[in-house]
Design a protein around this ligand. Sequence first.
Ligand code: NAD
Length: 280
Amino acid sequence: MAKLLEGKPIAEKIKAEIKLQIASLKSKPVLASVMVGENAGAMSYVRSQQKAAENLGIEYRLEILPSETCQETLIEFIKKLNLDKSVNGIIIQMPLPAQIDYKKISQFITPEKDIEGMHPANIGKILFGQTKLVPCTAASVMELLNSTGVDLYGREVVIVGHSEIVGKPLALLLLEKFATVTICHIGTSKAGKLEEHVKKAEILIVAVGKSGLIKGDWVKQGSIVIDVGINRVADKIVGDVEFEGAEKRAAYITPVPGGAGPLTVTMLMRNLVRAAKLQQ
Ligand code: NAD
């Protein structure tokens, strides 16, 4: 039976390190969180970020703009935050109203304050092995792997899902550790090859958003399974991997909820403190 890879205890350790880092800063770090229109889904993220910031001694500045704000106005607002020396990190809350294209506006956040690690300059740094501000979910997965003590060198890693926030940056981080990385996606499934790839994974990371996509008996004996997927099924939150079958075969497996999720907000705060240090 697999050991559970829970995010919370890892997050607690990292929070203790963040507190030490904050103590060494000249002033309390400030996170500017920009929301366009009030949205219930986004508000629940904001509340958990606010709580995490408060517990760590970070100032969380919530800026709510009217829902009819146009792209140009939002870009001007971001530019002001870029110039504001009291602000160390900027995050744009999702979802955004239809008139705003996240990909376009997120590039206006100066790379030094891009604590979500999504600016092309920060993604480019990962390519060259100079990781400073890393996308939070990818960083969470790396911490979960790290906690198992596994040596990634030469390991057969299969990632299912190739999004900009999880699969793609994660592949670069794993390559940096000399893992052998396969990235699967919808094209792999449509070609009928998902099962064959998953079955060879010594480390399997899944971030798709489809419950039951990965069958329990596809999971290799003794492997590490990180399930990033979040799906609501009959009032329960489940991942993308069939947990009951997979836990009988894997050596380690993340619970859903409770695996990558609790770490993500901690990674955001770690990025903020890294950004503040870089700015000093
Ligand atoms: P996305 O929609 O941007 O990407 C989904 C990926 O899955 C794509 O690469 C797509 O090609 C692939 N895919 C879709 N159907 C597939 C299939 N049948 N077979 C194989 N691959 C398939 O999603 P995302 O934003 O990366 O999020 C993925 C999941 O991770 C979601 O459930 C999301 O809620 C969750 N998530 C969790 C956290 C966390 O902190 N735990 C953070 C981010 C995302």
